[in-house]
Write a protein that binds this ligand. Sequence first.
Ligand code: PLP
Length: 387
Amino acid sequence: MTSIKKRIYLSSPHMSGQEQEYIAQAFQTNWIAPLGPHVDNFENEFAAYVGIQNAAAVSSGTAAIHLALRLLDIKTGDFVFCSSLTFVASANPIIYQGAQPVFIDSEPETWNMSPVALERALKDADRIGKLPKAVIVVNLYGQSAKMDEILTLCDHYRIPVIEDAAESLGSTYKGRASGTFGKFGIYSFNGNKIITTSSGGMLVSNVADAITKGRFLATQARDAAAHYQHSELGYNYRMSNVLAGIGRAQLKVLDERVNARRAIFDRYRQCLSDISGIQFMPELENTRSNRWLTAITIDESQLGVTIEQLLEALTEENIEARPVWKPLHLQPLYEGTSYYSHSENVSVSERLFRTGMCLPSGSNMTEEDQMRVIDCIKSSILNKLIT
Ligand SMILES: *Cc1c(COP(=O)(O)O)cnc(C)c1O
């Protein structure tokens, strides 16, 4: 008889204990509304943390991307370039706006947007007069993309960058906070992210007018009139004051959360890197990843097991692990969308998808939990070698 073992999640919410105080404050003052003092404070505290001038707290990371596209006036017929190896939410708002995505491959050093592929795509687009109106760059699993190279290219063509830092809050690129490099940056506080408000997001920019306009669009675009007058199409995208209270408490422990996730990554590497056939997601020089998720790639022929077999073995032990994001150009939803691979005959994102997986990385995972994951991986590889 097998007893059911405690479930180990990929990345579960990790409260600090201070959240209740902030929530209680919201209740005591009856600010149970979208907007309120916690929202204002959360925006200011968040902006100060990442070192940007303006931030707008919204209902999700997806909403923040949508607002950024609206603020850049992306509309039907426009093109937007976007990283292919990412969660679908990075690109869906392009479709909300009736625009067309073009997907850009990853490069091997960061797993993020390949400047080489981006350059080819931009040259082609320029030749036919179809330059994109924005480029959405994703920082996967906490690792910053090669922002200098990407920004140089985009500046050359005068194309604004939206930095999708949903997974990289607390990470840095050349000492500066991830998410602050583009015209807009977006973050997510979904339940699985490094800090959470259960659901929520942040739109940031150094352009004050843009964030003011973003807040306006996020509150149904109400004109300054008592009688609910609207001249523009808006959304109900603002963050609730209760959730912003949770966010304020979470922000205080963000550095601790980053350290905890990095320690988890290091322990995995220590315990697994002597197995030839397992490789860890790299960290680019001069960047510091929050290691939101520990991602590995495996060489099936060296290991003697496949990603599917490893995932199955972990599932049997009640451990949640996942393949790397399925590239968006391979998603049924985006069938037929243009795609630029890293080089003419090498698609890095497809290789990562075939060989990569994410291991449980929650900052509240105990060492004992982590050893269960490590033992399970080791024993499934050993078993395979014996049979
Ligand atoms: C989580 C995530 C989003 C979306 O954030 P939500 O708050 O869930 O809407 C966008 N992009 C990436 C890369 C993400 O991981």
